[in-house]
Design a binder for this molecule. Structure first.
Ligand code: UDP
Length: 338
């Protein structure tokens, strides 16, 4: 099959491209390289079944041609990362709403199956973990820019499901929970690569808030087989699926784990949210997926441990070096906890 992957040079897109090529498929990746990187797909550039188109998904002419020539679309291109979203809310809303609208309209024109990446951010500030696909959302006020991401992705989901209902377009939505692994960068917020980078360079490991908020981290190499199985399943069409791990860890314990595994002399410090992001920033205390739906359909369960993933991320940073710096905000109050 010929896959069109939007955001194909990004962290998840590059792992997906690699996996599909390994299974004998052809891949066309479209990426504007805003957060995607050439380096992510460098190893694929000699494969004659792989093609990278450096262009925006909002370019209707290019998308028309690429969609007409593919068998199936995986739409990953989006503005992601809490820091990027808070810093550039216009870019976030425009990319996530207009981009997806264009991809869906083109998919409909050629009646191509489309998988759309969504996010656990959609559950918002809900407290009743684990989150089920049919749960309500609890999104904060529009003055908090973080929620622009959840809302834009929610609109993507509504539009995709509407195309399915009204026009019979084969769409599948998957909501990714915290996904980590080699090639992910910390520049736009993601906590694990940030901590690894900080620990390896001997800088302070910056834990936001009190560090007692928790997350479940899933290795991208567990996430990819879930996406490819959904692509193959006609029973997935018109439905929404959570993809994520269940093992929960607090961010302060994550900082300690990364520090130990890097054998680092860094200090672990607490940074108030308003210093780290924006005034009034709202974080989720806990975020755990209910994955029974995807498990029932395709028998999916993640298997890679957090320790193994962190070890691979450390290894990758050591091989690639610590270029691609993260912009740290000046820390006014430095509370060392470890
Ligand atoms: N976080 C942190 N220090 C950092 C970056 C993030 O303590 O340098 C925290 C962040 O506030 C959140 C958690 O780590 O509670 C996960 O953040 P990430 O941006 O990776 O994903 P999120 O779950 O917020 O989408």
């Amino acid at each position: 099959m010929k896959f069109l992957i939007t955001g194909g040079a990004g962290f998840i897109g590059s792992h997906l491209s690699e996996d599909l090529l390994g299974s004998g498929h052809s891949v066309v990746a479209i990426d504007d390289l805003s957060t995607g990187r050439m380096q992510n797909v460098h190893a694929l550039s000699h494969n004659n079944k792989f093609q990278l188109v450096v262009e925006s998904i909002t370019n209707a002419t290019v998308m028309d041609r690429l969609v007409s020539e593919c068998d199936i679309i995986v739409h990953l291109a989006a503005a992601v990362g809490v820091e990027l979203i808070v810093r550039s809310p216009v870019h976030t809303i425009e990319t996530n709403v207009m981009g997806t609208e264009n991809v869906l309209r083109t998919a409909r024109r050629y009646r191509k199956k489309i998988l759309i990446a969504s996010t656990s951010e959609i559950y918002g500030k809900l407290g009743n973990v684990p989150f089920n696909e049919d749960d309500d959302s609890l999104i904060g006020a529009t003055t908090h820019h973080r929620w622009a991401y959840a809302t834009s992705k929610m609109l993507d989901e509504f539009l995709a499901l509407a195309y399915h209902k009204e026009m019979g377009l084969p769409v599948v939505i998957f909501r990714l929970f915290n996904t980590i692994g080699p090639r992910q960068r910390g520049r736009y917020g993601m906590v694990v690569p940030r901590f690894v980078r900080q620990a390896l360079s001997g800088s302070d490991i910056t834990v936001y808030g009190d560090g007692n908020q928790s997350r479940c981290f899933c290795d991208v190499r567990d996430v990819i087989p879930a996406i490819t199985a959904l692509a193959e399943s006609s029973k997935a069409e018109g439905r929404v699926f959570n993809i994520g791990a269940k093992d929960e860890i607090t961010i302060i314990d994550l900082a300690r784990k990364v520090k130990n595994m890097c054998d680092s002399q860094s200090s672990i410090i607490l940074v108030p949210y308003e210093q780290a992001t924006e005034q009034g920033f709202e974080d989720m205390r806990r975020r755990i997926p209910d994955t029974s739906r995807i498990n029932e359909l395709i028998g999916w369960n993640p298997s890679i441990t957090l320790d193994d993933t962190i070890a691979d991320i450390i290894q990758q940073f050591k091989e690639d070096g610590l270029s691609d710096p993260i912009t740290e905000r000046p820390i006014v109050e430095r509370v060392v906890v470890d």
